[in-house]
Ligand binder design. Structure first.
Ligand code: F6P
Length: 545
């Protein structure tokens, strides 16, 4: 979608940024703060319940102007319009990316709007049936445990949201998540559960994912083995089915697994797996925290959608977050990005974000099939901040690599205990300031540090970070936070000119695993015809010995 004029505008914008980076790189955040006392006012934005302070990024007003020039040259507005209009912007799969439609206000005039509303109504009815105890298992027991069997986008988003919203947990219902095909994930859980009071949600967009189907088959066998021997034939099948719900866009495969149509919650192929927690994939969230809280999550995301669509570029949180990433990766030289929620409830947020970002923009071929000339997605990693302080923060402070960080803070604790929250916040603020400003040898000396230890007790600083401050952690603010990062990823994909919505890179390993399985399971010797590499052959032989 870029014209020759567009191409030259992009080249000019990149060139201007590269020249500007030469001026900025040798500088220090200390100097930037000293020269610009209103940095916080000028480099912070608010949308809804989120304040974003990016004054500790290594930028000036010129940097932002040049980054916005790049966004314009990349036709950011045009791409956003195309996404909202439902164009097949996922060109390698010929699909739209309409996850925003899942949280739009109900619109009975549109086909999609009607479908979304109907689906939400079904989810709501199902939640009421489970929470009220109207839904009973085959022997009339109430469901006490729900197990979501899914992986990737069918696991990470719901698992993270359920963990984040623990303060809203429904009484008398436990929701568990199993993703790994390693039996060490499922087996210990089954050992604790009562099959007669357990309901499984098989969450898989394709209903073809090996890990999920493998766990689903085992769960089915487990339920079957708990049934009275007197149950046979269709009665037995109906009893088993009472313990399974499917969430999928592959209705035939769900039916073939034995799940009745009325227990299948569908979603469309225009919902990417890592953008799917707003769809039927969020059933486990709605069950765990109640349907009204799930609606509040959608409403929070919708508020951020509206901001993303309506706010001017220079006030736009997702766009700004994306531009800062481009700056850090492509001009400051960052290869990784730390995510540090100062919130135990958000402990799974970095893992969720790893899929959202790295599966979306971890690519090196552009939309025209050409190799990218710029690096794309950095390696994302992170953990709750206080825990990180006592492990890997050492490298951030003195490891000598530029590693931009996102600090995520809650103004009010979700599980308040006297004295805790102020300490937590003090630590978060101390870390971002220490990373930005460091400690000079003179300061170290002035604080009484001897000459012999000076080299070790000097902190270079200049580590860029953004702080996101949420009023409190609620379904509504969580929705805002997740949509903020979703739109950031979309903006990055436009800036890097990659398709954010496919994931071909995960296919090769899956195909190879299929070929290798018989070699591990059979007694057959490996032959030259298998064309396996020497390392894989050696490892198979060692495993079978
Ligand atoms: O292998 C990657 C992937 O396709 C993800 O994109 C997806 O979220 C995950 O597997 C699970 O896929 P499904 O929901 O179809 O089981």
């Amino acid at each position: 979608m870029t014209t020759t004029n567009g191409d030259s505008a992009i080249a000019l914008a990149l060139k201007a940024l590269a020249a500007h980076a030469e001026d900025i790189k040798p500088g220090h955040l200390r100097a930037l703060f000293a020269e610009h006392p209103r940095r916080f006012e000028d480099f912070s934005l608010v949308a809804g319940d989120i304040l974003m302070d990016f004054s500790k990024q290594r930028i000036t007003a010129t940097t932002l102007k040049l980054l916005h020039d790049l966004a314009r040259a990349r036709d950011m507005e045009g791409w956003r319009r195309r996404m909202c209009a439902g164009e097949a912007i996922n060109h390698t799969e010929n699909r739209a990316a309409l996850h925003m439609a899942l949280r739009e206000p109900p619109d009975p005039q549109s086909i999609i709007g009607r479908e979304v509303a109907q689906n939400l109504a079904r989810m709501k009815d199902f939640c009421i049936a489970i929470h009220s105890g109207a839904w009973r298992s085959h022997n009339k027991e109430r469901v006490t445990d729900v197990v979501n069997l899914g992986i990737g986008g069918s696991d990470l988003g719901p698992r993270m949201a359920v963990r984040a919203l623990a303060a809203c947990q429904q009484p008398d219902l436990r929701v568990h998540f199993v993703s790994n095909m390693d039996s060490a994930d499922l087996a210990p859980l089954l050992a604790r559960l009562n099959p007669r009071a357990t309901l499984f949600i098989i969450a898989s967009k394709t209903f073809a994912t090996l890990e999920t189907l493998s766990n689903a088959r085992t769960a089915r066998a487990w339920i079957k083995s708990s049934l009275p021997a007197a149950l046979t034939g269709q009665t037995r099948e109906d009893a088993i089915a009472r313990h399974f719900i499917a969430v999928s866009s592959n209705l035939e495969a769900a039916a073939a697994f034995g799940i009745p149509a009325e227990q299948v919650f569908s979603f469309r192929d225009w919902v990417g797996g890592r953008f799917s927690l707003w769809s039927s994939v969020g059933l486990s969230i709605a069950l765990a925290v109640g349907f009204s809280n799930f609606e509040a999550l959608l409403a929070g995301a919708r508020a951020m959608d509206e901001h993303f669509i309506q706010a001017p570029a220079t006030r736009n949180l997702p766009l700004t977050l994306a531009l800062l990433d481009i700056w850090n990766v492509n001009f400051i030289g960052a290869a990784s990005h730390g995510i540090f929620p100062y919130s135990q409830s958000l402990e799974l947020f970095p893992a969720y974000l790893q899929q959202l970002e790295m599966e979306s923009t971890g690519k090196s071929v552009d939309r025209q099939g050409q190799p990218l000339t710029l690096k794309s997605c950095p390696i994302l990693w992170g953990s709750p901040g206080t825990n990180g302080q006592h492990s890997f923060f050492q490298l951030l402070h003195q490891g000598g690599q530029p590693i931009p960080c996102d600090f995520i803070l809650l103004k009010h604790a979700d599980f308040p205990l006297p004295g805790h929250h102020a300490q937590l916040l003090a630590n978060a603020l101390a870390q971002s300031a220490a990373l930005a400003f460091g400690q000079t040898p003179e300061e170290a000396r002035a604080s009484g540090i001897g000459e012999d230890l000076l080299p070790y007790r000097t902190f270079p600083g200049n580590q860029p970070s953004t702080t996101l401050l949420l009023e409190r952690l609620t379904p509504h603010t969580l929705g805002q936070l997740l949509a903020l990062y979703e739109h950031k990823v979309f903006c990055q994909s436009v800036l890097w000119n990659v398709n954010a919505f496919d994931q071909w890179g995960v296919e090769l390993g899956k195909q190879m695993a299929k070929r290798l399985l018989p070699r591990l399971e059979d007694d057959a010797e490996i032959s030259a015809g298998d064309s396996l590499d020497a390392s894989t052959c050696g490892l198979i032989a060692a495993l079978k010995k």
